[in-house]
Design a protein around this ligand. Structure first.
Ligand code: PLP
Length: 286
């Protein structure tokens, strides 16, 4: 089945899909995006993703590319046309095409690109069995990382550094030595008492949709969550550590900066969250 993308009103062959050279996303990273997990044929947490998109657009004074309800239909249609049962949908909105100028262009229509991709569930399941390694890097991003913009160069460089160190994610650390979040994920630990800890999302991190849904999953499993900062030292000494994102759900972290977390194997709490996640997300959908 050939892959199909949606570009500014048209379903086109993925291989032929393109945008204009003066798209502001391309020239200024003047755009926002969402990545949604597709599981068992439905878009997980679609409403929450579109709520966050609404916030990102509003923070950047950018217009919706189409009516929200139409966008939902297009996303579902793209998933259908690509035959995706498990995988992801990526959607990106930019301020549109205009002659290069820093100022917002007047009367320019936002650009919309949506792609969908199949991912075999076994790939992530296998990763979760062994867990991932993270490194820590000093925070060097702008102050508005709560907006999901396509300006991700520091994240690219941090993740590249992680790869060079044999790790799969980089955790940004603030000046006080506290973990902020990963290059494309939120960061969590489990204390010796079995309490989940994650940094508050009011400022300085992206409020992950998976993070929000994990609060519900934890509550259904009778687990306590503390929203507070934690240091790299506390994470290294924790009972468990993990990351969350739409593409990884809850993924065990087994080493931080080369030091094993606990016994260096995925912990039971994160694995139970992972296992319960889709059932609980689906139940809410129903
Ligand atoms: N933090 C950052 C910087 C991210 O890029 C992402 C996802 O891409 C997340 C957190 C997790 O967000 P979500 O759970 O909505 O995927």
């Amino acid at each position: 089945m050939p892959r199909i993308a949606y570009v500014n009103g048209r379903y086109v062959q993925h291989a032929d899909a393109c945008v204009h050279i003066e798209d502001r996303g391309y020239q200024f990273a003047d755009g926002v995006y969402e990545v949604c997990e597709v599981a068992r044929g439905y878009i997980v947490d679609a409403k929450r993703h579109l709520d966050r998109l609404a916030r990102s657009l509003s923070e950047l004074q950018m217009a919706w590319p189409m009516h929200r309800s139409t966008l939902e239909i297009v996303m579902a249609e793209l998933v259908r046309r690509n035959g995706v049962k498990n995988g992801l949908v990526y959607l990106q909105v930019t301020r549109g095409v205009a002659s290069r100028d820093f100022l917002f262009p007047a009367d320019t229509k936002p650009s919309l690109v949506i792609t969908a991709k199949k991912i075999a569930p076994a790939i992530n399941a296998k990763k979760a069995e062994s867990g991932i390694k993270v490194i820590t890097v000093p925070e060097n991003r702008w102050d508005r990382v709560d907006i999901k913009t396509v300006g991700l160069l520091p994240n690219v460089l941090a993740k590249e550094k992680a790869k060079a160190a044999g790790a799969q994610e980089a955790w940004f650390v603030d000046e006080a030595g506290n973990v902020k979040e990963g290059g494309s994920s939120n960061a969590w630990i489990v204390t010796k008492d079995g309490v989940l800890v994650t940094r508050p999302a009011e400022h300085g991190i992206l409020r992950g949709i998976t993070r929000t849904t994990l609060f519900e999953v934890a509550s259904e499993l009778g687990l306590k969550i503390e929203e507070r900062g934690f240091s790299v030292a506390e994470a290294k000494a924790a009972r468990e550590a993990f990351i969350s994102s739409a593409t990884t759900i809850a993924m065990p972290v087994v080493a931080i900066d080369g030091a094993p977390v606990a016994n260096g194997h995925p912990g039971s709490v994160v694995l139970s969250l992972r296992e319960a996640f889709f059932d609980i997300a689906e139940k809410r959908l129903a």
